[in-house]
Design a protein around this ligand. Structure first.
Ligand SMILES: Nc1ncnc2c1ncn2[C@@H]1O[C@H](COP(=O)(O)OP(=O)(O)OP(=O)(O)O)[C@@H](O)[C@H]1O
Length: 367
């Protein structure tokens, strides 16, 4: 084998500097995603290990990294592997993570009807479509809508051992809902402690199967039930959904403060129904006022993860049990949900404890 002293780890590193990943917003070396550099004569092999699911982007990442390395003088052969490794994260003080669940993402809102469930379900489906193992827990005691949105209305979970429950499955996502266990028309007269106890059981007695993310659709509001749940569920981070109306924004502020109070990081804000697009003429109108979500995100120093239009097809597809991400995967709204999901997963990935040094396992055989 002919040696090529010019090809060193530093040369490869320099070649990758400036290749900014659009999701990580950093290059792969700075993001500690570049691993296992092997240099063998004129051959260079490298693995990119992403801390978030992005199956749809693997090909493009492989091509971009290969192009950079192939341009190094003397390199004749390049092999790039791209994979995802989702890491379990710390949860708020005093709680243990849930067995079989790496990360819990709570989706919350200051008040009802802002599109929290639609956001939670599409977020879960988008994470799954990128290759993650995802569960969805409908903790919305006042209006459990996930069975309907996922075409599972009337289904009931089974129990193998009489103690735990098997989650149901829809579109590759493991699903559990308070709605599977109560009559659809039963009045919600449960008192707070009963509600929190029931939801705690639902979370812990469901046999979640090796989840990267469990998305929890929280009950709307910021009262005692929500506070207790936020304190009891071992949550990695929270996504707050709001509409641009001032009053909803005021409520959303309370939601943000509640999570801050119990030490749960806010992953970001989703502004829903931000703009109405007329289905006849295509005219876009900010019926609830413009830019409120962005201002609030700036005020609280959190990220605006995305803004969804008021779009009739979002409601129709949810009502029909095929939410936008699976019902209209090529739509603009689906693309926005997928972008939001990626931002959430990147935010969760950024909290990685894995502070491995740059290029672990470097093997250079230039002899
Ligand atoms: N961007 C949107 N465009 C059009 N319809 C939407 C949009 N987002 C949600 N919807 C619809 O609005 C209704 C309320 O949404 P959803 O159930 O998600 O709200 P929620 O905040 O979870 O409410 P609650 O907390 O009361 O259950 C649903 O019919 C849903 O399909």
């Amino acid at each position: 084998m002919t040696g090529n002293p010019a090809i060193t780890a530093d040369v490869v590193l320099a070649a990758l500097a400036g290749l900014i990943d659009p999701d990580l917003q950093k290059d792969y070396v700075a993001a500690k995603a570049a691993k296992n550099l092997r240099i063998d004569g004129a051959s260079v092999a490298l693995d990119i290990e992403l801390p978030f699911p992005a199956q749809s982007r693997h090909g493009a990442i492989r091509a971009a990294v290969r192009e950079r390395i192939a341009a190094i003088a003397g390199v004749s052969d390049v092999e790039i592997g791209v994979s995802t490794k989702i890491i379990a994260h710390t949860v708020q003080h005093g709680l243990k993570p849930l067995p079989g669940v790496k990360n819990i993402v709570a989706v919350a809102s200051g008040k009802g009807g802002v599109g929290k469930s639609a956001t939670a379900v599409n977020l879960a489906l988008a994470l799954a479509s990128e290759g993650a193992r995802v569960g969805l827990l409908d903790a919305d005691i006042y209006g459990p809508s996930l069975p309907q949105m996922l075409g599972l209305a009337g289904s009931q979970p089974e129990s193998v051992d009489g103690q735990s429950m098997e989650p149901l499955e829809a579109f590759g996502v493991q699903v559990m809902s308070i709605g599977f266990l109560i009559e659809p028309d039963a009045p919600m007269v449960w008192r707070g402690p009963m509600v929190t106890q029931a939801l705690d059981q639902l979370l812990r007695q469901t046999r979640w199967h090796e989840l990267d993310y469990l998305v929890v659709d929280m009950p709307p509001g910021t009262g005692d039930i929500q506070l207790t749940l936020a304190q009891k569920f071992p949550v990695t981070g929270a996504v707050i959904v709001t509409t641009p109306q001032d009053i909803a924004l005021l409520d959303a502020r309370k939601g943000l403060k509640m999570f801050e109070k119990v030490g749960i990081p806010i992953l970001g804000l989703v502004e829903n129904m931000s703009i109405h697009i007329c289905s006849n003429c295509g005219h876009a109108e900010h019926i609830f006022g413009e830019g409120g979500g962005g201002r609030m995100a700036a005020d609280f120093d959190v990220e605006l993860l995305g803004s969804l239009p008021l779009d009739r097809s979002i409601r129709e597809l949810a009502d029909a049990g095929r939410p936008t991400v699976v019902g209209a995967p090529d739509s603009k709204a689906a693309a926005i949900y997928c972008e939001i999901a990626r931002r959430v997963a990147v935010k969760v990935g950024e909290r990685a404890k894995d502070m491995s040094s740059r290029f672990p396992n470097i093997v250079v055989q230039n002899t």
